[in-house]
Each structure stands twice: as C-alpha cells, then as structure tokens.
Write a protein that binds this ligand. Sequence first.
Ligand code: NAP
Length: 240
Amino acid sequence: MQSLVNKKVLVVGGSSGIGLATAVLALKAGAQVTIASRDRARLDGAVEKLGAGADGRVLDTTDQASVDAFFKTDAKWDHVVTSAGAGGRGFLPELPMDRAFAAMDAKFWGYFRIARAVQLPPDGSLTFVSGQLSQIPSRGATLVSAINAAIEGMTRGLALDLAPTRVNTICPGVIDTPLWDQLPPDARKALYDKQAETLLTRRIGQPEDVAEAILAAMTNRFMTGTVMMVEGGAGLLSGY
Ligand SMILES: NC(=O)c1ccc[n+]([C@@H]2O[C@H](COP(=O)([O-])OP(=O)(O)OC[C@H]3O[C@@H](n4cnc5c(N)ncnc54)[C@H](OP(=O)(O)O)[C@@H]3O)[C@@H](O)[C@H]2O)c1
C-alpha cells in the first residue's frame, strides 16, 4: 500500500460530507490536506475541525477562471479527490434546460475542468465521486444518472490518458450527509429508515464508509480505471 505520510492531498468538496470525511482519514494517514470549495466561512469551519496539517482554499469548479487560477499556483498535489457538486433531479420533460445545464456544469464539467488543469506525479492519483444512480435508475433522476455515468466513462478514458497516474471513481449509494438537508426532516428520516430496513447492510451509509474506499483508491498502486460501488448492496437488490 502506498504511504500517505507527508503526501499532499487535495479534496475538492472537502468542507462537507464525503469530502470532509476523506480529509479526516487522509490526515490520520499522515498526509498534508488541502480542502477546497466555494464558501470561505464553511471552509474555515472545516479547517478548524480538521486541525493541524489542513488548510482551505476557495475554488468554484463551475468557474473556468477559478479552476485555472487554482491549479496555476506553485502548490502541487500527489493525490486529488473531487466530490463537489450535485443537483439535476426532476422529471426530464419538465426539467428546464438551464437547470439541466447547471447540474451538468456543477458536477461532470467541474470534474472535467479539474482533470484538464491538474498536474499529478506518475505515482499520484485522481479520484472522482459519482453516485449509484449511474447504475440504478430512479424516476425523476434521469439527468443525475447521466451525469454520474458520464463521470464513470471519463474515469476509464482518463486512466488511459493520464497513465501511469491512476484514475478511479467511487460510486456511493445513499449516504447520511448534509446533501440531504434539502429534504424536510420527516422526508429525510423516511428515506434513511427505508434504506436501513432494505439494504443488505441494514444501515444507511456514512461518509466514512465512502472515505475509506477513496483512501483505498488513492493508496492501492494497482487500481486504475475502476468504478467501486459503496452502496450497501443496493445494486444486488435492484438486480442490475
Ligand atoms: N450523500 C449521498 O447520498 C450521495 C449519494 C450519491 C452520490 N453522492 C455524491 O457525492 C458527492 C459529495 O456529496 P456529499 O453528500 O458529501 O455532499 P455535501 O455534504 O453537500 O458536500 C458537497 C461539497 O461540495 C462543495 N461544492 C459544491 N459545489 C461546488 C462547486 N461548484 N465548487 C467547489 N465545491 C463545491 C460543497 O461546498 P460549498 O457549497 O461551500 O462549495 C461541499 O463541500 C456529490 O458529488 C454527490 O452527488 C452523494
């Protein structure tokens, strides 16, 4: 296993949820961690929680100039993870095109911009976070399926383009993170309860479950072009 001691790790989307849990684990493994996202105050709060060895930098992955400026500085990373972005739900015929473009921009094109701009060493890695809708469709989430499937396709192509630098994607199921704060508390509880009842693991996923898989993708020297499911067996239940 590749050591993360004194390695530089960048987590885009690291101020919350899966990204923040990844930052915690990378720090524990001895890395120097930079987290990046749009909101300065949220970043500062997360950096304070993370403690020594962490810093936070503002980055908006939807803004080409922001991405270019971010990666043009002298700062270099050994491993880059991106978990930023979400959105795009809605019954496809009724989804306004501007909202559809914005969702694709926030996630797929954001990851694409980072992949174009980042410079990684031969023994480094790039890890994306997609989502189980890429494999398991759900009514009213067609665009989200397409966004996540596009990221998984990009992973395989990039693994060829950037070799020997490794490129992987972790594909989570429903995970208990602030992403679900958009739901009213009752609806969120109902979703989590249903997941815990039906999943093979009999519990809802936690950000640490996904972060552990991200660390594995970062440190396993023989893993590239892979999409790793971390969804409590949801795929088996759906029969895909
Ligand atoms: N939670 C789940 O159930 C679940 C399931 C499947 C897939 N996923 C995927 O997992 C990833 C992480 O989700 P999460 O649950 O950890 O969400 P989260 O807790 O809401 O965290 C999202 C993070 O991304 C940052 N971010 C959002 N837009 C950004 C942008 N344009 N540029 C830079 N940073 C941005 C946010 O900070 P700012 O808002 O301050 O920028 C925040 O740090 C997402 O791609 C999501 O689609 C999540």
